[in-house]
Design a protein around this ligand. Structure first.
Ligand code: NDP
Ligand code: OXD
Length: 314
């Protein structure tokens, strides 16, 4: 019998273990750090695993990331190099992310924060309202999540463009490969990041980049929505750019340090919307069903899906 262990120190693993027992009754399911015979563990399901833990499972066959991003798993320098890592690619998580991107794009497009603030003052504010077809949303990262968000924004009639390492062919979406970043930015009114955290994307959302965004859109200054990873953003630059008008507003779901420290000026900035890294939560029942299905395929000698390329870092 195979043993699966959850290594999720920041989450209550109880509901996860219960769902996994339902999804894969033949597995022995454990939760780290309960006493485990490390050599009996064949599968590890991880979210923010502490360094050195995964390597202690000497007969591990597969590591499952319980999220789409794998940066926290790859950050462990002792991770066994020969063990494949599978990440989440699941319609439930994807739909949740697209909800977030559509919600925040519409919130900025319809100037909802300004209307809320006017309501609080009892003011009848009715600013000019542009049509979605006159606004370009530029998505950095046209992978599983970026492509779904792009399609849903298109359905609302936004112009959509995307930037990714390699060029994509998505109906109605203008695709820019890595070398065309400046061109991509120059036509973007609302910038969305759905990039993974890798050495190449570290700090990419900074003043120099924000200054390249379009100022010709109906809102006259660009908006930033980051639901990728906090490491991508320079938070001092974001505040400075909001204050000098380089950026109009921002919605941030991810931060360099999470939870966002109380002292951060992002909490109180009137044009920043802070959300607690909940753009797309991993739902135990669907993700456990996904992991169980992968294990069934693997044990039947079929290939694992959604494998992480550890050299690229995503
Ligand atoms: P994918 O791996 O499917 O897509 C990643 C995209 O980023 C690809 O299009 C890839 O290009 C592009 N990319 C990667 N590196 C670069 C680079 N250096 N330059 C240009 N483009 C690059 O990932 P997902 O769409 O599934 O997820 C994206 C990220 O979203 C996750 O890694 C995670 O950090 C974040 N996330 C956040 C959540 C939240 O709640 N806030 C929830 C879930 C995920 P190419 O296609 O050419 O390889
Ligand atoms: C993920 C996340 O990567 O929730 O899935 O951040």
């Amino acid at each position: 019998m195979s043993t699966l262990v959850f290594v999720t120190p920041t989450w209550d693993a109880g509901p996860w273990a219960a769902e996994m027992r339902k999804a894969a009754p033949s597995l022995t399911v454990k939760v780290w750090p309960e006493p485990i015979k490390a050599e009996e563990v064949t599968y590890a399901c991880a979210w923010l695993p502490p360094p050195d833990v995964v390597k202690s499972f000497t007969n591990l066959k597969v590591i499952f990331s319980l999220g789409a991003g794998v940066d926290a798993i790859l950050a462990d320098p002792t991770l066994p190099k020969h063990v494949p890592i599978v990440r989440v690619n699941d319609s439930d998580l994807t739909n949740r992310m697209s909800e977030y991107i559509v919600l925040h794009t519409l919130m900025h497009h319809r100037q909802q924060r300004a209307l809320d603030q006017a309501q609080a003052r009892g003011a009848w504010l009715n600013p000019p309202q542009a049509a979605a077809k006159d606004v370009t949303v530029g998505i950095m990262g046209l992978g599983v999540l970026g492509q779904d968000a792009a399609k849903k924004l298109r359905m609302l009639d936004f112009k959509v463009r995307g930037w990714s390492r390699t060029k994509k062919n998505i109906e109605g979406v203008e695709s820019f490969e890595a070398s065309r970043l400046d061109e991509f930015l120059g036509g973007t009114d609302i910038l969305v990041s759905l990039l993974p955290a890798t050495p190449d994307t570290d700090g990419i959302l900074n003043t120099a980049l924000f200054k390249k965004l379009s100022r010709k859109g109906p809102l006259k200054a660009p908006v930033l929505i980051n639901a990728g990873r906090g490491r991508q953003q320079n938070e001092d630059d974001i505040l400075a750019c909001l204050n000098d008008g380089t950026l109009l507003a921002a919605s941030l779901d991810v931060f360099r340090k999470e939870p966002l420290p109380a002292a951060s000026g992002l909490w109180t900035h009137p044009r920043v919307t802070v959300t607690p890294h909940n753009a797309a939560d991993s739902e135990p029942s669907t993700i456990c069903a996904y992991v169980a299905e992968q294990i069934r395929k693997y044990e039947a000698g079929r290939p694992l899906e959604n494998l992480v390329d550890t050299k690229r870092g995503y």
